[in-house]
Design a protein around this ligand. Sequence first.
Ligand code: FPP
Length: 277
Amino acid sequence: MVPAGKLRIDELSAEERAVYATLKPEHIPEHVAIIMDGNGRWAGRRSLKRFLGHQQGANSVQLVTETASRIGLPWLTLYAFSLENNLRRPRAEVNFLMRLLKSYLESNLQRMMDNNVRMKYIGRTHELPAEVQEKMRWAEEATARNTGTTLTLALNYGGRSELVDAFRGLAAEIKQKHLSPERITEEDIHRHLYTAQMPDPDLLIRTSGEMRLSNYLLWQIAYTEIFVTERLWPDFRGIHLLEAIADFQRRERRYGGLSESVGEVEENPERIRIAAG
Ligand code: FPP
């Protein structure tokens, strides 16, 4: 795998460098996806308002993105705002998250440029407030020529609604081209996902200890390794990303096949006696 952009290991902190030194650089994942959870709990534990947890969470987004760019991680996809957040959270919190996103993009654009980060979005972003969409487009266009990490923010995103949108697109194509449904392949579905241009995530990180997928990238994570940490998102830093990658590198991915440590497989099933029950 060729890392995205230039490696900037010298820009890692001393602690990060120590963890990076334990990694196999040729096995850095291509795509890391993160469910950023625990902003509210982080604030609650400090008797602060939830908003302050989100604000600290935005700070973590920037720091983790910069570490990702220094180690040449090609794709980083963050669950920043789900369809369910949009529908089920109090309006005041949703409005705050929208304002935070706008000011985050405004105030971090220069840092994105300095770190060669390209910005993208997935989700039903056309349903977000017009001024937020405008700021999103502005940041996407400004960073479009960057060649390092692609930071994708999932905004107003839901995995099932992504599949609905993909199937609608595919159905329209089938109708228009008079194709036979029997010929639909997995690749056809992939082409209609929001993530059509990206590889599937190798590693999914979830903060705050919850063992749930929360409707995130449901199609794409079929063979993704999952890493759950108790750490709350506002406390998550680049070093924790590196630790998660170290854990990932100790896993053996089999994609439904057999472990390399399994010895020779008996080729003649007739010779295998099944123990009588
Ligand atoms: C979960 O915390 C987190 C979110 C609602 C989405 C993530 C949002 C951010 C990191 C802040 C803004 C991001 C950007 C890109 C500017 P929670 O409120 O569900 O936490 P809780 O489960 O502890 O209540």
